[in-house]
Design a protein around this ligand. Sequence first.
Ligand code: SF4
Length: 463
Amino acid sequence: MAELHEACGVFGIYAPGVDVARITFFGLYALQHRGQESAGITTGDGRELRTFKSMGLVVQVFNEEELSFLKGHVAIGHTRYSTTGASKMCNAQPIVVESSLGELALGHNGNLVNTVSLAEQLEESGERLETSTDSEVIARTIATAPGLDWQTRIQNSLPRFQGAYSLVMATPNALYAARDPLGVRPLCVGRLNGGWVVASETCALDTVGATFVREVEPGELLVVDENGLRSIPAVESTNRALCIFEFIYFARPDSSIDGRLVYQARQEMGRHLAREYPVDADLVIPVPDSAIPAATGYAQESGIPFGEGLIKNRYIGRTFIQPDQRLRQVGVRLKFNPLPQVLEGKRVVVVDDSIVRGTTTPPVVSLLRKAGAREVHMRICAPPMRFPCYLGVDTARKSELIASSMSVEEIRKHIGADSLGYLSLEGLLASAGMHRSHYCRACFTGIYPVPVQLEMDKLVLEV
Ligand code: SF4
């Protein structure tokens, strides 16, 4: 499944005596799945900030030379997929802004829904925006907010931001982290060598050897400096709206969110699917990688053997090299290769995480049939996606979402499957584990947790 893109991954560390740039590099490496367009790290050494960022994967952006340039005891890092602003170098993060208090670096995961009005207010007060991202709007709003110190300026600014934000910020002396009052995107905090680490997902804490402490609470601002960690309830949090797609697709299966291991939530989705859409079949296979846990759950619940019928090129990243005409015709095989010896003559249940535009599923079904599958029964770990996301996920416009204009039966015919079953919203919510009011599920229901400007364009700030 390659139709949905997460907005970003963020990482931050305050740890005197530790090579914070190197730790941040490996933190970002663990968060690569959240954004593959650009990566960057800013460090603070008590006097100044140093930043290095570029287009590409984390391993392509950094080498030893850059890491040794990034000195200090505080660092933030960012991997980016664009939801507001085009994919280009000037939009890479961390974003660094100047103010009367000195420099502030900022990395953002999420999407604001009031970017335009905030940008207008900044321009009216004489601020000039250099990028086309809502993240710069956030950074400049904080930099120009009233207050004699950064904590006050951040506290004064956070209530003005509407939408989704998990933020990491650095000054030469301190690390700050904040999460929007709905808690749309995950953010957690851990300990490392007497210092503190924040990250989009717990898998990044594990990777750098940090110990998970807790989630950053919705509406909370964390300040870490020479006096240790302070928690400030910065914005009142009355409703929760954690993105349910973190469980379906975005988060790594070895991450835990709200105490729930994502792997187990996905397995449970598969079990629910098996109960909701049973079928006589010989084999259950996943569309790798994200649907593997759900396919094992389907197999366990149904008693149908689990197998692998599609092998994914695991080394594929975001490439800026376009395939030529002949390779385009090979299409989906650039990503998946089927195993005819496994599929030949079988009735196959294929578990996938979601269908968004409906462009990638038909070639997968056709590939399986060509490899000898006798029947192909698609099972999807999410309900039909009928509404776009405005909170940090690049879904598609409503008109591009296949389920917004086709019934399930029409989609089944379109993708060429023998049967098609979408997990119910109830089954999905039960799999994630918390009460339904805990989650944003707007892309299925059209009921958004914040007022949104319909059909907002991700390039809204492009000139
Ligand atoms: Fe997540 Fe969908 Fe809500 Fe966007 S609309 S935050 S993808 S649940």
